[in-house]
Ligand binder design. Structure first.
Ligand code: FES
Length: 126
């Protein structure tokens, strides 16, 4: 494992701020969402799109009454999804799993803040 420099912490202080780094054959997106830093492979499990360049949106859920009648849709303000720009697959920022099929997930990496800098911990380059 090695810690790879991403940015100065101040550059990633704001909600939604992000950097995409290239290290060997690997691209990793590091972004701040829901107040903390997350790091994912910038490789969508669908068809390899640059998922870390996608929008962040709250999960959309359908509202059903007790009698199962449909009452529209609403945003779930507690759950945030990263949306792949190629075909719109959505990934829960907290887990990396797809909203539609939890068998698929983004690869996550550990983020480290040290002495005012942000690093991502990656396996040794192949
Ligand atoms: S490549 Fe990401 S949704 Fe298709």
């Amino acid at each position: 494992m090695q810690d790879v420099f991403v940015a100065h912490a101040a550059e990633l202080a704001g909600e939604g701020e992000r950097r995409i780094i290239v290290h060997g054959a690997r691209e990793v997106g590091v972004l701040r969402a829901q107040g903390r830093l997350h790091a994912f492979s910038n490789h969508c499990p669908h068809q390899g799109g640059p998922v870390c360049e996608g929008m962040l949106i709250h999960k959309v859920e359908e509202v059903l009454a007790a009698d199962h009648t449909y009452h529209g849709m609403r945003f779930d303000s507690t759950r945030l999804n990263l949306v792949c720009p190629w075909h719109g697959w959505e990934f829960d920022i907290a887990t990396g799993r797809t909203a539609g099929d939890p068998r698929f997930a983004l690869r996550r990496f550990e983020v480290i803040e040290r002495d005012g800098d942000v690093f991502v911990r990656l396996p040794a380059a192949q």
